[in-house]
Design a protein around this ligand. Structure first.
Ligand code: HEC
Ligand code: HEC
Ligand code: HEC
Ligand code: HEC
Ligand code: HEC
Length: 201
């Protein structure tokens, strides 16, 4: 083939080509890393709360059991949140003198739950079940980290689909209905807990 460019221009163009390709790879890598980084998933970021509640004091120092305030966790899909009455069992002496307990009074007066913000909320299209996990021996700390040391509650895991699947590919289901639900997906045998329909309906 006839040479179109001088050898020098050819080397230069190749050089740019390599730099361009390298830049693309770099951009893609940074983009991927960012989209997967903890910040994007809100890991480590506390939410604004109506009352500055501390697990470090209540579950750590005082040593209250998680179920004292999250009573549904062994029987239901939702762990459940403490009501104003749960807090006032201990704080009824203090709450009149301390403005920080006013949201409890408001909740009681309106007969509404305290408006705790969530750092763990999954999208609507995902199904999650606390009871099944606790029943299978998964601990709170495996998914929520050392909550009893937290002055402000934060997420320690991304709770992305990839995170759920990392455990679901290895785990063996206990309940008969889950074992029975095991089937081939797109013609490929998948571990029962990794079926799309386990988490998406
Ligand atoms: C079993 C008793 C008990 C229950 C139930 C309880 N607390 Fe406490 N709480 C305490 C004690 C004890 C302290 C520590 C007081 C101190 O050291 O000044 C405390 C401290 C606090 C403080 C002050 C924290 C700080 O940084 O100084 C807040 C706010 C608080 N509790 C909110 C709540 C809320 C909200 C609930 C309900 C979800 C609740 N507590 C349930 C016993 C309890
Ligand atoms: C005295 C009551 C109390 C006890 C005991 C308690 N919690 Fe909580 N928990 C709360 C309150 C109030 C909130 C909401 C405010 C916050 O996030 O800090 C909360 C929030 C949480 C959240 C975040 C919920 C969300 O929607 O993102 C997790 C996870 C959690 N608790 C786990 C635990 C674990 C694990 C234990 C035991 C080691 C425990 N809690 C013990 C009162 C309690
Ligand atoms: C297999 C992982 C896993 C385990 C084990 C687990 N959680 Fe959760 N937890 C989650 C996920 C995921 C959410 C968000 C659920 C949603 O948005 O539907 C959540 C939400 C919560 C909430 C928010 C409100 C609610 O009602 O669900 C609390 C409180 C909570 N967990 C407490 C606990 C406690 C206490 C334990 C241990 C007894 C525990 N969790 C064990 C993954 C887990
Ligand atoms: C550390 C391991 C682990 C993690 C992380 C985990 N799971 Fe599971 N999950 C299990 C095990 C084990 C079972 C089987 C429970 C049984 O046999 O009853 C299960 C069962 C389930 C079930 C079926 C419940 C039923 O009774 O139908 C759903 C839904 C589910 N997980 C959703 C999720 C979602 C969504 C996430 C991520 C947000 C997640 N899981 C993270 C271990 C895990
Ligand atoms: C163990 C639970 C689990 C299984 C099994 C699972 N997913 Fe998901 N999926 C999730 C969670 C949690 C999210 C939300 C967090 C996220 O976007 O990563 C999600 C999100 C998604 C989304 C939305 C992504 C987005 O960007 O909003 C799609 C689409 C999806 N899943 C498809 C699938 C398909 C297809 C399968 C089967 C091959 C599957 N999922 C299996 C837990 C699961």
């Amino acid at each position: 083939m006839k040479q179109l460019f001088s050898p020098r221009a050819d080397r230069l163009l190749r050089g740019f080509g390599i730099i361009g390709a390298a830049a693309l790879v770099l951009a893609a890598t940074v983009g991927f890393a960012l989209s997967r980084s903890d910040g994007t998933w809100g890991v480590g970021t506390p939410a604004a709360q109506p009352i500055p509640f501390s697990h470090a004091i209540h579950a750590g120092q005082i040593g209250l059991d998680c179920r004292y305030c999250h009573a549904g966790v062994e029987q239901a899909a939702d762990a459940g949140m403490p009501t104003a009455e749960t807090c006032l069992g201990c704080h009824s002496q203090v709450w009149n003198v301390s403005a920080q307990f006013a949201p409890l009074q408001t909740a009681l007066a309106l007969g509404r739950p305290v408006t705790w913000s969530s750092v763990h909320r999954l999208p609507e299209h995902v199904r999650f079940q606390h009871a099944a996990h606790i029943g299978a021996g998964v601990t709170c700390a495996q998914c929520h980290g050392p909550v009893e040391t937290m002055a402000r509650t934060v997420k320690t895991e991304t709770q992305s689909m990839g995170w759920c699947l990392d455990c679901h590919r290895e785990a063996t289901p206990q309940s008969a209905s889950l074992v029975a639900a095991s089937h081939a997906q797109f013609g490929v045998e998948v571990p029962p807990l990794a079926n799309c329909s386990t988490c998406h309906r």
